[in-house]
Design a protein around this ligand. Sequence first.
Ligand SMILES: CC(C)(COP(=O)(O)OP(=O)(O)OC[C@H]1O[C@@H](n2cnc3c(N)ncnc32)[C@H](O)[C@@H]1OP(=O)(O)O)[C@@H](O)C(=O)NCCC(=O)NCCS
Length: 198
Amino acid sequence: MKPRRTVPAGPGWLRALSAKPLRTRRLVLRPPRRGDDRLVYPAVRESMKDLAPWLVWATDAYDEKACRAYVRNAMRDYAAGRGFALFMFAHDGAFVGGTGLHVRGASARYYEIGYWCRSSMAGRGYATEAVKALLRLAFASPDVSRIEIRCDPRNHASERVIRKCGLKLEGRLRKIVRHHDGRLCDHLVFAKVRRARA
Ligand SMILES: CC(C)(COP(=O)(O)OP(=O)(O)OC[C@H]1O[C@@H](n2cnc3c(N)ncnc32)[C@H](O)[C@@H]1OP(=O)(O)O)[C@@H](O)C(=O)NCCC(=O)NCCS
């Protein structure tokens, strides 16, 4: 009997990134692959001080095993069309950080972009370059009408990235996220939507 071929799920413009990563002026964005934990883990550890205030998964419990599990699950989710994690690399192959699109919405599907940049490479415009490229890619597909990014109102670097990418502030969700230290935090919601045709 012929082995059954699994058809990758998810929209074509995201599936395509497995075969052909997204190239920007200075970056390459591609889905997670087996073994990526060896690159991701040291970058996260190096950056813990900057990540921990904003990312719920960046805690002392984040160890090599957790990182391996994250990469494995992210690969599985990508193949199943449940979520589209991407890793950012410089053109010389250096690991820069993580980004990706979370699938949101019920009757109207939309995407939320998330990102982090390793501390040693922060402040060079990489996150902005990655988000702009993802917005261009997403809105080139006629099926995409809305891309959202959320950030803590105190996360000025992230808010700056969002504003540089041209998303508009839609509102503030109060006490919407529980931080790992127990605090309930607000989030600002920004979005870019496809312009209605005249
Ligand atoms: C947010 C983050 C991804 C930005 O990555 P980056 O590659 O440094 O971003 P960029 O260089 O594209 O842009 C950062 C902007 O924030 C500004 N910035 C940095 N720290 C800042 C601060 N404390 N206050 C105000 N602005 C700040 C930079 O000056 C730059 O703006 P500019 O181009 O106008 O000078 C990175 O800081 C990070 O990983 N933070 C921790 C994780 C996180 O917060 N993720 C997002 C969750 S919503």
